[in-house]
Ligand binder design. Structure first.
Ligand code: OGA
Ligand code: ZN
Ligand code: ZN
Length: 416
């Protein structure tokens, strides 16, 4: 089938109000100067084969296009949400006609009439198709730059001024980009007040409240809830490993630090996992496959979560790390896996302490150490509480908040 030109005439003369939902607001919908437009489209069996002006081709199944119809009856123009019923979807749907518009979008007329009794038509902008193209190359094109790091990053540690984060969207965007790319960033020069960390984190989004509260104070104290509240060594770990969804971003603001010792430790859990995959694939496999028991309990709580240390995505890439020695429950393991599993845990822990992998530094009062708790492990050297104060204030924000904020800021910056 080739484009039906009789439909082009009909469409070109229509005001097309009903096939232009969401315009002006959704950044996925419109092309910016320099973005590829569509240069051709043809039918290829159960799909449309489109070519962009940069020569890339994408295959979009008709059923997929019908399902994602952007007309104002299928997609609510104000709520931007899908309106039509999955059970009514014709799996073998074919367009009545299709063509390219003058501005390089794909216009489709579906068979039948819409609820208003008019032709059911829709327009897929080139940028939208590019954004949601599901061919392998497109997934790769969109893959983000997540930069694994080792101890050498100490010379070019990502930092940002507190004022920049608080006073400009550019500063906020840079901060979030660092968190996305490196999994951590040190915010410098924050006022040394107890509410600074929550105010700063709120620039990103809602705080994630936990059983430690909206925020928490890290000091050495009698009857500590966890070992961070003592002066002893805290091995590199991720926080709240015993929850179904550990908080995504963590913030530790250094308010006072006069004590000797107590240097902070950060390590890229993704880099550690990849190294383990190379050096000891069997251990990697066990940590990625076998769920481990995590637990936090006191008089009021008994939280448990059984998940592997290394979470992989559908392509086998490392997606998240969950590990906290203090929050390990007794492991429920298949008997033949007990020894190999402990060996794997040990191998992973040794890598997280390897000097070539870890970043060590002393927080300065006014620093906020921010990091991606699903990726970067944090720890602390022991300190001498008799030698002076050490006081941090901490809180969390979930990844949904953070990455959504980053996308919206990136879209706004691109639109300007
Ligand atoms: C924490 C923690 C480390 C530190 O509070 O979660 O690990 O530097 N603290 O005190
Ligand atoms: Zn529709
Ligand atoms: Zn911690």
């Amino acid at each position: 089938m080739t484009a039906d030109l009789s439909a082009v005439t009909t469409l070109a003369t229509s005001t097309a109000e009903d096939d232009r939902p969401r315009i002006g607001a959704d950044p996925d919908m419109f092309c910016r100067p320099g973005d590829p437009t569509l240069s051709s489209v043809r039918a290829d069996g159960d799909a449309a084969l489109v070519t962009w002006s940069d020569g890339r081709t994408g295959r979009f199944h008709w059923v997929w296009l019908r399902d994602n119809c952007l007309c104002s009856e299928c997609c609510h123009p104000a709520a931007w949400e899908k309106m039509h019923d999955i059970t009514a979807l014709d799996l073998d749907v074919r367009p009545a006609a299709f063509t390219l518009t003058e501005d390089g979008a794909l216009r489709i007329v579906w068979p039948g009439l819409n609820q208003a009794g008019r032709a059911h038509k829709t327009r897929f902008p080139a940028a939208w198709l590019r954004r949601f193209c599901y061919d392998d190359w497109a997934e790769e094109e969109r893959a983000e730059t997540i930069e694994p790091w080792t101890a050498a990053i100490g010379n070019r540690r990502p930092e940002i001024k507190h004022q920049a984060v608080m006073e400009s969207d550019d500063g906020l965007r840079t901060w979030l980009r660092h968190l996305r790319r490196y999994g951590f960033c040190i915010v410098k020069g924050a006022p040394r007040r107890p509410d600074t960390v929550t105010q700063t984190a709120r620039r990103i989004g809602f705080l994630r409240q936990t059983h430690f509260g909206v925020d928490y104070t890290v000091i050495s104290k009698p009857n500590p809830e966890n070992v961070a509240y003592t002066p002893i060594y805290v091995a590199p770990h991720t926080d709240l490993s015993y929850t179904q969804t550990p908080p995504g971003l963590q913030f530790l603001h250094c308010i006072d630090f006069e004590a000797t010792g107590g240097e902070s430790i950060l390590v890229d859990g993704f880099a550690v996992a990849e190294r383990l995959r190379r050096e000891d694939p069997e251990s990697f496999d066990l940590l990625a496959r076998i769920p481990a028991d995590n637990r936090f309990h006191d008089h009021d709580y008994d939280m448990r979560c059984r998940k592997p240390v290394i979470e992989l995505d559908e392509a086998g890439r490392v997606a998240a790390i969950r590990t906290n020695r203090q929050g390990e429950g007794p492991l429920g393991l298949r008997p033949d896996l007990v020894r190999p599993y402990y060996k794997a845990k040990q191998a992973f822990a040794l890598l997280t302490r390897d000097r070539s992998m870890t970043l060590r530094f002393r927080l300065e009062p006014g620093d906020i150490m921010s990091f991606h708790n699903h990726r970067v492990l944090h720890g602390r050297e022991p300190y001498d509480p008799g030698s002076g104060k050490r006081r941090l204030q901490g809180c969390y924000v979930d990844c949904d908040q953070a990455w959504s904020r980053l996308r919206v800021l990136e879209a706004a910056a691109k639109a300007h």
